[in-house]
Design a protein around this ligand. Structure first.
Ligand SMILES: [Zn+2]
Ligand SMILES: [Zn+2]
Length: 396
């Protein structure tokens, strides 16, 4: 079966590339994936599947049932479909035709790849048992995350997958290689908004004022101590503030200062505790200095944990499919990914599909205007995921 899947994956690669190029040329922003969802549903229908549309608005789900022997085992395969508000700078035949919108995170690749996986699995359905649940979700890039809405709409029920598998392009992994990491992989992504209020006025007379710039500066420094003193040592964390607005001038102290930042970690307990500590520190410090701090936390994605046993099994099967030398270890990554929502509910594994090709100059990072992939990854992605799904269904 391994060789059969590999050969089908190669055989269908040109179609997968064509689908990817179509999606790439017609990108749609998060929660607006109407044409993309229609394209996906049409492709699935053409295979003879019965896709269910309208889940979390533009999500599409379809089942492929193996007919070898009766089995209630279910495995879920996920692709995200949304693009980013970026103007493409690549000069390629499949360049985005939509001004200011670009598939700069490879979600066109994930969608095309999963369509290819569906085609292969559908063709081999008499050779496996159990059910594959294909999940095409909207809005990975935008809070609250399409995955969380898909879960609310019941994507992990009826039937409930024993495991969820997702892949993401990797501009730092050479094409032909696949990356895995067990356990903690990507971070939770909470946003922090603070308004520090004081009493502004002439900068020559600070004794009559409450200087919110000084208070805000103390708060910024103090909050970093929470990371260094309260964080569990084995738990990676980042607290960064990218916006600090004190709109006075040389001789005017403003009434207020606004600060915005992000808190990221890989431990849900610490995530809650860290926010509570930060809020308390900011509020009491402002108060002690005669001002006030309004602290708002906007909850982002949870941290992404790759289930150790599932990840180990998939890694072993990937070694069988790709050759041992073509499977690499991934580093922890403090970026967020809404696949994390699935990983909090069912055993999940998120792996990376190498798409880098230095000799062809394909090295740009995701979320940049020059991001692109080596499309020969689309000879690998569809078959590999089909192989992993079949192996998971065959488990015990
Ligand atoms: Zn992204
Ligand atoms: Zn992405």
């Amino acid at each position: 079966m391994l060789e059969q899947i590999q050969s089908l994956s190669r055989q269908y690669a040109a179609d997968a590339v064509a689908a990817r190029r179509h999606l790439h040329a017609h990108p749609e922003l998060s929660f607006h994936e109407e044409n993309t969802a229609r394209f996906v549903a049409e492709q699935l229908t053409a295979l003879g599947l019965s896709p269910q549309t309208g889940i979390a608005n533009t999500g599409v789900v379809a089942l492929i049932e193996g007919t070898l022997t009766p089995s209630s085992r279910v495995v879920g395969l996920r692709a995200d479909m949304d693009a980013l508000p970026i103007t493409e700078a690549n000069d390629v035949p499949y360049k985005s035709t939509v001004d200011g919108v670009m598939h700069a995170c490879g979600h066109d690749v994930h969608t095309a790849s999963l369509l290819g996986t569906a085609r292969i699995l559908n063709q081999l359905r008499d050779q496996f048992s159990g059910t594959v649940k294909l999940v095409f979700q909207p809005a990975e890039e935008k809070a609250p995350g399409g995955a969380s809405l898909m879960i609310k709409d019941g994507v992990l029920e009826n039937p409930r997958p024993a495991g969820m598998i997702g892949q993401h392009v990797a501009p730092n992994v050479p094409v032909g290689k696949i990356g895995f990491r067990e356990g903690m992989y990507m971070a939770s992504t909470d946003e922090i908004y603070m308004t520090i209020r004081g009493k502004g006025g002439h900068a020559a007379m600070p004794d009559n004022l409450v200087d919110p710039v000084l208070i805000a500066s103390h708060i910024i420094v103090a909050l970093q101590q929470i990371i260094s003193r309260n964080r569990p040592p084995a738990s990676p964390s980042v607290l960064s503030f990218g916006r600090f607005i004190a709109n006075g001038v040389t001789n005017v102290i403003p009434n207020e200062v606004t600060i915005e930042g992000t808190f990221r970690c890989m431990n849900e307990e610490w995530r809650e505790k860290g926010i509570v500590l930060a809020q308390k520190m900011a509020e009491t410090m402002a108060e002690a200095m005669g001002g006030r701090c309004e602290f708002t936390r906007v909850k982002g994605y949870p941290f992404l944990k790759n289930h150790p046993e599932l990840t180990r099994r998939l890694r072993t099967q990937t070694e069988a499919y790709m050759g041992r030398d073509n499977v690499v270890d991934l580093d922890l990554w403090m970026a967020g990914e809404d696949f994390a929502f699935y990983s909090q509910v069912v055993d999940s594994c998120f792996y990376r599909l190498g798409t880098r090709n230095e000799t062809r100059g394909i090295t740009a990072g995701v979320h940049t205007p020059t991001f692109d992939i080596d499309e020969s990854a689309l000879a690998i992605g569809p078959g590999l995921m089909a192989w992993l799904a079949v192996q998971e269904l065959a488990k015990e």
